[in-house]
Design a protein. Structure first.
Length: 68
């Protein structure tokens, strides 16, 4: 079994877990505003699946997705 759903996390959930936003609604608006970059590209889809090694940048903060 490779690349199962357990190996990914949605962008909105990742932002909540890292305390960038406090709710799903806030995440939706924040992401759609064009303020979130995944691997140096603007990402506006809150359901974007992130995998280990992806880099999420918000403002001056960067977060690297870690494998559980």
């Amino acid at each position: 079994m490779s690349d199962s759903a357990a190996d990914t996390i949605q962008l909105d959930q990742f932002l909540k877990l890292n305390n960038v936003v406090s709710s799903g609604g806030e995440a939706k608006h924040f992401i759609q505003s064009g303020n979130v970059f995944v691997n140096n590209e603007v990402e506006t889809r809150r359901g974007r699946k992130l995998k280990a090694g992806d880099i999420v940048r918000v403002g001056g903060d960067s977060f690297t997705v870690q494998k559980n």
